[in-house]
Design a protein around this ligand. Structure first.
Ligand code: UDP
Length: 334
């Protein structure tokens, strides 16, 4: 494959929802991208638009197992390493908790060692889950969180906490230049229709006319960030020359209840599907909203895409993806 003019960048988890958008944005800048992905929870179809693009290559491998020759053979050329590799929706990361934990610990160590050998800058995508079920609201990076380390979410929450600790240790010991982003709920095209998250579930259920599942009373809150905003924040953080030894929240502070999200989805799809309530999952955080002052100050970053706009684009994408017919009146009005 011909080489692009820019940097050589490794994106672990590049076939995933956010990773595929990140790869596209980096290619757009003229960078060369090697995507490594196990395809365990991501999808080959997310790569369809990337394959054949100048500067893009894909290697199917699990970062737990060490890094493949396609990457190590080019160690001296690599300038940036993004780590987005991990199952990220609660049902998926809980399906194989041992693998989730080791992806974060062993996988992150393998990529950090590559950063050490290559001199490349390393960015870890961590998560708002490090705050657990927060008793400080909104959540600034200084908040140390309230995580249940023995519960069903611990494989992910504690795995990401361990990955953060390891990343900052490499940074502190001058073994690698590091950056850590804490991503809050992100949505957009390329989400897996079956990943079990609230945005994908509600949209797909509404579009296909299946029962819409609300867990608990639906009064828990989340703050949803459109994927293009998240990707812009990740690149800005990676390229920032300052602030490496502090985590940075990336999310949209526009907080709403799950019931309010449901209202938007019903309006957007014109669905007549029934709403059913299911038990609230164990340790489900009651509320979540990022304090993004640090990202604003450090990177000049803030989200730009309003939820109504992002949700409409995501709805359109899911409608095509699952072959559902949307309410013709709603489509005509767009
Ligand atoms: N949720 C829901 N119905 C669903 C899926 C999720 O009510 O079909 C709720 C879930 O209990 C949580 C919120 O929506 O309170 C966000 O869940 P998600 O799995 O998207 O992400 P989380 O922020 O919990 O990691």
């Amino acid at each position: 494959m011909s080489k692009a003019s820019g940097a050589l960048i490794v994106v672990a988890g590049g076939a995933g929802f956010i990773g595929s958008h990140l790869c596209a944005a980096l290619l757009e800048r003229g960078d060369e991208v090697i995507c490594i992905d196990s395809l365990l929870t991501s999808r080959r179809s997310n790569l369809a638009a990337l394959r054949g693009r100048r500067g893009f290559s894909f290697v199917e491998a699990d970062i737990i197992d060490g890094l493949p020759v396609a990457i190590t053979a080019r160690t001296n050329e690599i300038t940036r390493i993004y780590n987005l590799a991990c199952a990220a929706s609660p049902p998926q990361y809980q399906a194989d908790p041992e693998h989730t934990m080791l992806t974060n610990v062993l996988g992150t160590r393998n990529l950090l060692r590559l950063a050490e050998e290559s001199g490349a800058r390393f960015l870890l995508t961590s998560t708002s889950e490090v705050y657990g079920d927060p008793d400080v609201h909104p959540q600034p990076e200084s908040y140390r969180g309230w995580v249940n380390c023995t519960g069903p979410r611990a494989c992910y929450d504690e795995g990401k906490r361990a990955a953060e600790a390891l990343t900052f240790d490499f940074g502190r010991m001058n073994r690698a230049q590091v950056r850590v982003a804490r991503l809050f709920n992100t949505y957009g095209p390329n989400m897996h229709p079956d990943d079990g998250r609230v945005v994908s579930n509600l949209l797909c259920q509404a579009l296909s006319g299946n029962d819409i599942t609300i867990y608990g009373e639906g009064e828990q809150t989340r703050s949803f960030c459109y994927v293009s905003d998240t990707v812009a924040g990740l690149i800005a953080l990676m390229e920032s020359e300052i602030g490496g030894m502090e985590p940075v929240n990336l999310g949209n502070p526009d907080e709403m209840t799950v019931n309010q999200l449901l209202g938007l989805v019903m309006e957007l799809t014109g669905t007549s599907a029934a709403v059913v309530h299911r038990p609230l999952p164990v340790d489900d955080p009651r509320r979540r909203r990022p304090d993004i002052s640090r990202a604003a100050q450090l990177l000049g970053w803030s989200p730009r895409v309003p939820l109504e706009e992002g949700l409409a684009a995501t709805c359109q994408w899911f409608a095509e993806e699952i072959g559902a017919t949307r309410n013709p009146a709603v489509v005509a009005a767009e």
